[in-house]
Design a protein around this ligand. Structure first.
Ligand code: ATP
Length: 214
């Protein structure tokens, strides 16, 4: 089997230590040599981002500057128009052959997976690794719940033995940090220090980002 790829998508508006710690722990626990943070271009299931794609990408690159184990995949930001995760995964699948693809998502995002474009297709393209998040519990319903229950595995090694289709719940250190909270602090003129890397905060300050909450 070719080497497995971990894909951690998000808006990263801005990236923070909750994302970064989750990425470090998920990569280690799953034993992945190829782990990518993939910023969304124009997220279709969210109204809009505050920072644009180039700015969110720049902040991610600054955050990962000293972190050789984690890389940035900039394909969605480079692509014009809407980006659906299913299309992005299909593109990565076409490059990766039969390699296991592992899509990381937080529990909050997993609970709303059935709002994603062609969500059922995601299971044909990748495994789902659901990372526990403060205040978010497994509470999806209906068809999504049935799909997740049916595909659930307990052993990370199972994911590395097949290209796609299984769901693993992963315990990670709980850091109650969100981009929304950081944007709110900055818009209110308060400090966001120690919630995200100083290099990212410097970038935000230099460009006057997030001064008005949206
Ligand atoms: P926002 O507050 O703008 O919604 P966010 O902080 O949730 O942003 P996103 O970029 O939307 O960050 O999240 C990308 C992915 O990272 C999602 O799957 C989300 O669940 C996960 N995530 C975000 N914050 C954390 C955290 N503190 N711990 C673990 N996972 C997180």
């Amino acid at each position: 089997m070719t080497r497995a790829i971990g894909i951690f998508g998000g808006t990263f508006d801005p990236v923070h230590f909750g994302h970064l710690r989750a990425a470090v722990e998920a990569r280690e626990k799953l034993g992945l040599d190829d782990f990518r943070l993939l910023p969304a271009g124009q997220p279709p299931h969210r109204s809009d981002t505050v920072a644009n794609g180039a700015q969110r990408l720049a902040m991610l690159r600054l955050a990962l500057a000293d972190c050789a184990d984690l890389r940035v995949d900039d394909r969605e930001v480079r692509r014009a128009g809407y980006s659906y995760m299913a299309d992005t995964l299909a593109e990565i699948r076409s490059e990766a052959g039969e390699a296991p693809l592992l899509l990381m998502i937080g529990q909050d995002a997993a609970n709303a997976l059935d709002t994603w474009h062609e969500w059922r297709r995601l299971f044909n393209l990748a495994h789902l690794v659901v990372m526990r998040r403060p205040d978010a519990h497994f509470n999806c319903q209906g068809e999504l719940r049935a799909e997740i229950m049916r595909r659930r595995v307990r052993e990370p090694a199972r994911l590395l033995a097949a290209p796609a289709g299984q769901v693993l719940s992963l315990e990670i250190t709980q850091l109650d940090i969100s981009s929304t909270h950081i944007r709110g602090l900055l818009a209110g003129g308060r400090s966001a220090r120690f919630l995200l890397p100083d290099s990212v905060l410097d970038y935000i300050r230099e460009r006057g980002l997030y001064l008005a909450d949206r």
